[in-house]
Unconditional design. Structure first.
Lengths: 157, 156
């Protein structure tokens, strides 16, 4: 009789211990999953590259640009940029050839903030392209400096 | 009988204790690994690599470069040909390799200031020290020529 009680008592302790272990494993799962999925990603670099691609496709198809394509209204329409979003980004394109031409789209206040470090600063992408500029049927060597600044620090981070 | 039971209990308890230690060790290892994969708690926000950005620049510039007209002397006659044709010519006649190198530098140096690598296999046109992210295109020919172009960009 005494032995039986001891066995029942021992089994109860072991059962509690096993439940505790299962709880520990479940807690481990929760911790690991929450660490993994709570990691914050800044997708603005990817967004800026995609925006640059759209702008380049509007300005220069297959590396050949046309002077009349270097117009902010044309590029805005071609790249499908909505007017409500213009406060959230800034695009500056300067094309240098025997002459020089440029256009800007969006909020110019973002440009001076490029390079500044801080949590609520825009992400800036600066690119240089070698292009050919078509003018009156002639091809001229040109260099395009493209700056894209994206604010959106609340939506996309 | 009593003694035998006690011995059995010691074994069972030790097994459970060891199992507990293994489980705790595994949980700690998973937490460390997931923290590392997620980029670290203290490291803040992760950003994507800029490789994609430099590849975009490279492919557009490469297409423009291949279509750039240049004047070269062929059989003592000044002729205008595009770079893609000059590459074809240089793969057939290696004496044009130097002309190709000069013309390529003349085109690309004002934009990239030597921070690029350019190969048109088997020709090495311009080579740089650094880690360029390469992009490539094929020039149709009897044996298609693989033109590889890469820009060296510093991670911010």
């Amino acid at each position: 009789m005494k032995n039986k009680k001891a066995i029942v008592g021992g089994e109860t302790v072991i059962s509690f211990y096993k439940i505790l272990l299962i709880g520990l494993i479940a807690l481990g799962f929760i911790i690991v999953i929450s660490i993994f999925y709570s990691a914050k990603y800044d997708i603005r670099p990817a967004e800026s590259v995609l925006l640059a691609r759209r702008v380049i496709n509007c300005i220069a198809t297959n590396g050949i640009a046309k002077l009349e394509a270097l117009d902010s209204a044309r590029v805005t329409e071609c790249a499908g940029l909505s007017k409500e979003e213009t406060n959230e980004f800034y695009i500056k394109a300067v094309i240098s050839y025997s002459n020089s031409s440029s256009f800007t789209i969006g909020s110019s206040t973002l440009e001076p903030l490029c390079g500044a470090k801080g949590k609520y600063m825009p992400y800036c992408l600066s690119q240089k392209y070698y292009l050919l500029l078509e003018q009156n049927g002639n091809l001229e060597r040109a260099r395009l400096d493209l700056l894209i600044a994206i604010k959106k620090f609340e939506e996309n981070v | 009988m009593f003694k035998e039971n006690k011995k059995a209990q010691i074994g069972e308890t030790m097994t459970l204790g060891l199992a507990t230690l293994i489980i705790i060790f595994l949980i700690i290892a998973f937490v460390i690994i997931s923290t590392f994969i997620a980029g670290g708690i203290s490291r803040g926000i992760k950003t994507e690599s800029i490789t994609m950005s430099s590849k975009e620049e490279a492919i557009t510039s490469l297409l423009a470069y291949l279509q750039t007209p240049v004047n070269i002397s062929i059989n003592e006659k000044e002729q205008e040909i595009i770079i893609a044709d000059l590459i074809r010519l240089a793969t057939v006649n290696r004496s044009y390799e130097k002309v190709l190198q000069e013309k390529s530098k003349e085109i690309l140096d004002p934009v990239y200031k030597g921070k690029y690598a350019l190969h048109a296999l088997p020709l090495e046109i311009v080579s740089v020290i650094g880690r360029p992210s390469f992009t490539y295109t094929l020039i149709p020919s009897k044996n298609p020529i693989n033109v590889i172009f890469g820009l060296v960009k510093e991670e911010k």
